[in-house]
Write a protein that binds this ligand. Structure first.
Ligand code: 5RP
Length: 291
């Protein structure tokens, strides 16, 4: 029994203030469970509603691509400047220090590589995901690809079932089917399929035309991939235009870790995503940055 000496009677009932209902800041995620909302709030900054995710999961399909030969040397120094790290479980366990405090969006499917037929994947065991204390699971969905559409959609459905069961949000990643045009029409369908199957947020590619329609029709937040390496000013412009069109952030890889100045890129992207900096100023910031 607790010591009752000096016990103070409860009195601060706040009669003048009704208990607040906490509405949730992220589009389409108002009605999720507490665990999912709490994890999403680790990935997305509740003040801006946006996120800068750093993607380094490429090795699971590409092997040691340029910039990721030594993840400990190239990525670890950048982690503190990202809101969230996206990687595979192999890299997480072998290279990422468990003492780091950033949320992890775990690439949670794997299977075929660039050497054969992409996206014939199966998903990780959710118990293993839970052991790694991750904040989200990322699963690829390849709409329109005859060989892998069904299996990847099933992977998403299964992962969302597991995510809802254990309070872990799911990132649906739109992999473009081989014969599909990378245009807004395709990405409207692909992002919507991810959201309709329960993804809590969706990763997709920016399109020069009509990206605002992709964002508008997707009922959950969209983050964009950077895609192949571009000159830095173009990559920053892509991030800026995506944000202007309503994206909730980026999940970029190659345009950061293959840049001449990865840390400067991280900081310039951060300024675009969280401080509404335009791409011209962000490029100046990148050029001026000494590190
Ligand atoms: C594809 C992914 C990759 O992580 C992503 O595309 C990497 O980002 P970038 O295109 O910016 O290098 O999710 O499965």
């Amino acid at each position: 029994m607790a010591d009752m000496d000096g016990f103070k009677e409860a009195a601060a009932y706040g009669f003048d203030q009704p208990q607040k209902n906490n509405s949730f800041f992220l589009k389409g995620n108002e009605n999720r469970g507490w665990g999912i909302q709490n994890r999403l709030s680790r990935i997305f900054n509740p003040k801006t509603g946006n996120t800068v995710m750093l993607a380094c999961d490429h090795g699971f399909i590409m092997g040691p691509t340029s910039g990721l030969e030594r993840v400990d040397l190239s990525i670890n120094p950048l982690i503190e400047y990202a809101d969230c790290l996206m990687c595979t479980r192999g890299i997480l366990r072998s290279v990422i220090p468990p003492s780091m405090s950033k949320p992890v969006c775990l690439r949670s499917d794997g299977g075929t590589t660039i050497l054969t037929e992409l996206n014939l994947n199966r998903v990780y065991d959710v118990e293993d995901v839970i052991r790694m204390n991750v904040s989200a699971m990322a699963v690829m969905v390849s709409c329109g690809d005859k060989a892998s559409e069904q299996i990847t959609t099933h992977n998403l459905v299964h992962t969302v079932d597991m995510g809802e069961k254990y309070g872990i949000p799911v990132l649906g990643v739109t992999a473009v089917g081989k014969d599909m045009a990378r245009d807004a029409r395709y990405f409207r369908l692909a992002t919507r399929v991810c959201a309709e199957n329960g993804a809590h947020f969706v990763k997709t590619y920016f399109t020069d035309e009509g990206f605002e329609t992709v964002v508008a029709q997707c009922p959950v937040p969209i983050v964009i991939a950077g895609g192949k390496k571009l000159p830095e000013n173009e990559a920053l412009d892509l991030a800026y235009r995506a944000m202007q069109a309503g994206a909730a952030g980026v999940d970029m890889g190659r345009n950061v870790f293959q840049s001449e100045k990865p840390l400067a890129m991280m900081k310039a992207i951060y300024a675009i995503v969280h401080e509404n900096m335009n791409s011209k100023d962000a490029f100046e910031f990148y050029n001026d940055f000494k590190a």
